[in-house]
Design a protein around this ligand. Sequence first.
Ligand code: PSU
Ligand code: MN
Length: 303
Amino acid sequence: MNQYIVMSQEVSEALKNKRAVVALESTIISHGMPYPENVKMALQVEEIIRGQGAVPATIAILDGIIKVGLSSDEIEVLAKAKNVYKVGKRDFAFVLSKKLTGATTVSGTSLIASMTGIKIFATGGIGGVHRGATETFDISRDLEELSLLDICVVCAGAKSILDLGLTLEYLETKGVEVIGYQTKELPAFYSRESGFNVNYQLDTPAEIASLLHAKWSLGLTGGVVIANPIPKEFSMDAKKINEAIDQALAEAKQKGIHGNEVTPFLLSKIKHITEGTSLDSNIELVFNNARLAAEIAVEYSKD
Ligand code: PSU
Ligand code: MN
């Protein structure tokens, strides 16, 4: 397809046979979680997707090659590697031409998924408009790419390290619908409540697949966000997690953290402040999203 892209046999056969495939990002592995929890999470997510009858396609760049569908060994290598680039659109050309290793963000993964014909994507949380963006201009590339590419991203909403209200406004401007899975309220990643509403509620994977067919068959290009609340038993107290987020934000500001280092910095601080409980919740919500994404992919591949 292109000298820089190599697809695993499993993914390439699944796509050829029009079977359900779910794309998975790799920044969550290299920049979002510590080793060895990251490897365990990544391998288990793939098993959950296979268990639903779909094929997982974890996407990352290894030594200058974009891999679509990593082997277990490759996941291990990526999870342990140092100096892994965090790759969105502006980073691909540099990392590829220098034969470096990179983990793709939601936006970077969506770009490659789109090139290879994968439409359903599971992750933890998407990037968005950061708090204070009116000063910093910090708006994740994720939102822009979602506005351009035909991709359905299943996430647990967005964390309140972001300005959720502005993130919803931005998505509205760009024509990206935010669908709540069995909820009217936008979930806030670690907790099920944010105080904001989604655009529409849908209650089954089949209804979501049918929305995707309606949108894309009409040529309405662009993404769809499926906001899937963290299961109750793993959700965190909103007040407690928001205090941790505020503390992490203050520290980032004081240290002058900026650019693409902001999100990884905040994630690791929050984990530290919550003594690891945020990491457990984070892993569980990713499993929950992988399951739903696989169910949607299976329904979507039916017609
Ligand atoms: N949110 C999380 N975990 C993550 C990320 C976001 O809970 O690992 C990652 C995703 O890869 C997302 C990226 O695409 O951070 C957004 O980074 P930025 O804010 O720099 O655009
Ligand atoms: Mn940013």
